[in-house]
Design a protein around this ligand. Structure first.
Ligand SMILES: Cc1ncc(COP(=O)(O)O)c(C=O)c1O
Length: 446
């Protein structure tokens, strides 16, 4: 009997969740050969510093910049001729739509992608360039989905849920098979979690091939839908605000993804978004990789020191995507630098006579500190009229260098204020140092 609910998706039915099987993931891996990239999984340059053998699975090297191609390619290849003729439709905040647009175009399948109006601009234009028909609709993914479902029924298209369709999960699981082949003896795999298809697919594949491998799902403190769902043992709807990891911004994890994940994941880990910015910066600097927020969460969790149990072990971080907006990348780099004491903001009051400002500039220059910005303030200062307060943004080499700067400023000037250090503080700026900037993360046992 036809289900009357316009939003009903027979592949993702809460009353009939579907389990995926390893054999189907294996079949998917053979099916998609040649259509998607078998990405490298290389040892991170920072392994020694991180105290473990960290391997980076470089899914941002897929043609459209994300692992999502795997599930899409698999699903499109399994469509009937009739389904291919009427075409496919999906609601997505980005990477799934870009992947679907690209592969549908390659396979000459009509494709419509509905994106919420809040979708990152780089993802909207990238999706349009694939040849897909892109519709911007709704304030969030749920509204976009309802709209897509209406079009599906009207145009007889097939709706492909990007994080829950069983063939999508099987395609994503091929990442797990490759990891086992590429990193013999792997101890743990860290997987970013949005709707949950990557986690479900990878967990099913890896627990079949090497059951003693630990699987960790990673979310940020602003995208905790899987953590909360596993905690309550049912899917819960979470309010998701703006996040640096927009690929993980899914309010409710998928029916099938949740069903397949339960019992297979060893622990869910939540990493603070500050650390994600730092990870993006370090992946650029240390590895020369451009990775988006969602994709950098795994590396961020290692950098944040959230895995003391994995010291000396072989750990794979899935770097799931690289579609980061240039503006966001620039902001992430700045945040990362400030979180590591390399970008500093301070105020100092100097003589407002010839040479007063020059003296300060010379002091900074002699210390090898780069002056980024200098704004003089004369009207609202407490000091005498022959003084000027300078608001400064400068670049240092890190905490030790910043500490030297504080010492020098203290030595030469009476009035100064360093951001985050209190007024005229004697404190060395170590409060923002150390392995974990954020309070202890939420960790969840199986
Ligand atoms: C870059 C990136 N990483 C991770 C994810 C999360 O994948 P899933 O929704 O399968 O959990 C997404 C989802 O769009 C993504 O775009």
């Amino acid at each position: 009997m036809m289900n009357q609910d316009i939003d009903f998706d027979e592949y993702c039915d809460p009353n009939n969740p579907r389990k995926i099987k390893y054999d189907d993931i294996l079949a998917a891996s053979r099916r998609i050969v040649g259509g998607v990239v078998r990405t490298p999984c290389s040892k991170a340059h920072m392994s020694d510093k991180l105290g473990m053998e960290v391997f980076l699975k470089q899914e941002f090297l897929q043609y459209t910049g994300c692992f999502k191609e795997r599930g899409v390619r698999n699903t499109l290849m399994l469509l009937s001729d009739e389904q291919k003729k009427y075409g496919v439709i999906s609601a997505t905040t980005g990477n799934h739509g870009i992947a679907m647009g690209h592969h549908a175009n390659v396979m000459s399948i009509p494709c419509v992608v509905v994106m919420p109006i809040t979708t990152a601009m780089n993802k909207v234009s990238k999706c349009e360039r694939t040849g897909a028909k892109v519709l911007l609709h709704g304030a969030n993914i749920n509204e976009a989905k309802s709209h897509a479902m209406g079009i599906r029924s009207e145009k007889r298209m097939t709706y492909i849920n990007g994080y829950d369709h069983p063939n999508i999960m099987e395609g994503q699981g091929t990442v797990g098979i490759e990891i086992i082949e590429q990193v013999p003896g792997v101890d743990a795999v860290l997987v970013p979690v949005g709707g949950g298809s990557l986690l479900a697919g990878v967990a099913v594949a890896i627990k079949h091939l090497k059951p003693d491998t630990e699987i960790y799902g990673i979310e940020t403190d602003k995208t905790c839908s899987m953590v909360e769902s596993l905690r309550k043992n049912e899917r819960v709807m979470m309010e998701i605000g703006s996040t640096i990891a927009d690929g993980l911004a899914v309010g409710m994890v998928g029916v099938n993804s949740f069903h397949n994940t339960k019992g297979l994941v060893d622990k869910m880990i939540v990493v603070k978004e500050d650390w994600v910015a730092r990870a993006i910066m370090h992946l650029v600097e240390d590895e020369k990789f451009i990775v988006e927020g969602a994709g950098a969460t795994t590396y961020a969790s290692v950098m944040a020191g959230l895995f003391p149990n994995l010291k000396g072990k072989k750990v794979v971080c899935i770097l799931s995507g690289g579609n980061i907006d240039s503006t966001i990348l620039a902001r992430a780099l700045e945040r990362g630098m400030s979180a590591e004491g390399r970008l500093v903001k301070f105020k100092v009051t100097v003589h407002d006579r010839p040479g007063g400002m020059a003296e300060l500039c010379a002091l900074l220059a002699n210390m090898g500190i780069t002056l980024r910005d200098l704004v003089p303030e004369r009207a609202w200062v407490k000091a005498d009229v022959f003084s000027v307060q300078l608001k400064i943004i400068a670049e240092t080499r890190g905490w030790d260098h910043l500490k030297e700067l504080v010492e020098q400023i203290k030595k030469h000037y009476k009035e100064y204020f360093f951001q985050d250090m209190g007024d005229r503080s004697d404190k060395a700026p170590t409060t923002r140092r150390g392995p974990c900037l954020a309070p202890n993360p939420v960790c969840m046992q199986k």
